[in-house]
Design a protein around this ligand. Structure first.
Ligand SMILES: [Zn+2]
Ligand SMILES: [Zn+2]
Length: 423
């Protein structure tokens, strides 16, 4: 059974079995293109889903689109994001609510919080959440209220945040025209689409505070109980050792990876190489290495596909599945697969079945090269032709020399009654 580290309690908890698991993932930040680092949290949701579905647990996922009141040009970011998620083989969520279409639910949530004494309106100012009415505030991130910090205008406490902000633009509400506060949407949409109890809320580590603290406070105070059972966070992604930022000039989009001639799933592979709770420092070198690794496995799978069919290696499957169940230990899972790849005692047909079976969770499209005519690497075609001639002419010494040259290019030649073959 899948166990996932819960950021709030600091313990690994079992994600429920035998019924649907409800999972909320915060959508990408509004107003900018999502970069490869942003996609890591969404891979985390996808792995949770794939592992659970393999265990026959139904997953109901919700991911919001943060387009409330955004100009049309920025809504194009949502389409680009969805294209990125499908290029990364992330399965689409069941619910994709947009903030702009759920303002009414947000207004209801804010009204309910005022009614229950957790929020207060200020004259001509915002409606604030009254953080001191929620004593367990800070449990996710370890944040502690500083009782000495001055509250600031209109607020009862410095850490109170706006649930509704008045403005000329926006929507009509009991507190005048305005827009919902930036944390309200995720509470309202999670309660509306997943119900009053959900199993796991997923996001990047930078959302832990204040976003998730505020979402938790709003949801719990509206529902009157702990709404989310577990919080799961993926660690930061750096590029060339620094946080990806426009100012640092190191923002890499998935489309940049594709433009560099790499498979988009190289990014998925690079993510899998590192545990989701460990910081990941990407470079073009690591992406190229991940690309080679994915392509290498695809050609091995295609090669094994031509062998006699035998059942998969249950021992290896069990070890990989145990690694996934243990808080998604993907580096351990990949180590087992590499061990299997090189294990001469396992029949190629069994390797084929095992890799394909586990690709249901890996999501690396490992079967794509099966049955495809394989092209020899650059320079190998001439050598193969020369060797075939040497072999036919009985020039064994020359045939052997050419075999060695081909091996250096990664091409393994064998001689069969039908002639020379290579892999
Ligand atoms: Zn979130
Ligand atoms: Zn959110």
């Amino acid at each position: 059974m899948l166990r996932i580290h819960d950021t709030r309690t600091g313990r690994a908890g079992q994600l429920a079995a035998g019924r649907a698991v409800r999972m909320y993932t915060c959508g990408p930040a509004a107003g900018r293109r999502a970069h490869v680092g942003d996609l890591r949290a969404h891979l985390l949701s996808d792995l949770i889903r794939r592992v659970l579905e393999r265990q026959r647990v139904r997953v109901v996922a919700c991911r919001d689109i943060a387009d409330a009141g955004r100009p049309a040009a920025e809504r194009g970011h949502d389409d680009a994001f969805v294209a990125d998620t499908s290029a990364l083989n992330l399965r689409p969520p069941e619910h994709r609510p947009s903030a702009g279409e759920n303002v009414e639910a947000m207004i209801e949530l804010v009204a309910g919080l005022i009614e229950r004494g957790h929020a207060y309106a200020t004259p001509d100012g915002p409606v604030f959440f009254d953080v001191r009415t929620f004593p367990s505030y800070g449990e996710i991130s370890g944040y502690r209220l500083d009782p000495l910090e001055p509250a600031g205008p209109g607020r009862r406490c410095h850490a109170d945040w706006a649930l509704w902000e008045p403005g000329e633009e926006g929507w009509e509400s009991p507190w005048g025209r305005g827009v919902p506060g930036r944390h309200v949407g995720c509470s309202a949409m999670s309660l509306r689409f997943l119900g009053p109890r959900s199993d796991v809320h997923v996001g990047g580590i930078d959302l832990r505070f204040p976003h998730h603290e505020n979402v938790r406070a709003q949801s719990d105070c509206a529902a009157g109980h702990e709404v989310v059972r577990q919080w799961a966070h993926s660690e930061h992604v750096l590029f060339d050792g620094r946080a990806m930022a426009g100012a640092a000039g190191n923002v890499v989009l998935l489309s940049d990876v594709v433009a560099a001639g790499l498979d988009p799933l190289a990014v998925r592979m690079a993510f899998l190489e590192r545990h989701y709770r460990a910081r990941l420092d990407l470079t073009w070198d690591t992406l190229r290495a991940a690309d080679r690794a994915v392509r290498g496995w695809r050609s091995r799978v295609a090669e094994w596909a031509e062998s006699v069919s035998v059942p998969l290696s249950q021992a290896h499957v069990d070890r990989v599945e145990a690694a996934f169940d243990d808080d998604l230990d993907t580096p351990a899972a990949l180590r087992v697969l590499r061990e299997l790849e090189g294990d001469e005692s396992v029949a190629p047909g069994a390797k084929f079945e095992t890799f394909l079976h586990l690709d249901q969770v890996l999501g690396l499209d490992l079967s794509t090269d099966i049955g495809k005519p394989r092209l020899p690497p650059p320079g190998a075609a001439e050598l193969l032709a020369a060797r075939a001639r040497a072999y036919e002419a009985g020039d064994w010494a020359r045939a052997d020399r050419l075999r060695e040259e081909l091996a250096e290019l990664g091409v393994r030649v064998s001689d069969t009654p039908e002639g020379q073959t290579w892999v």
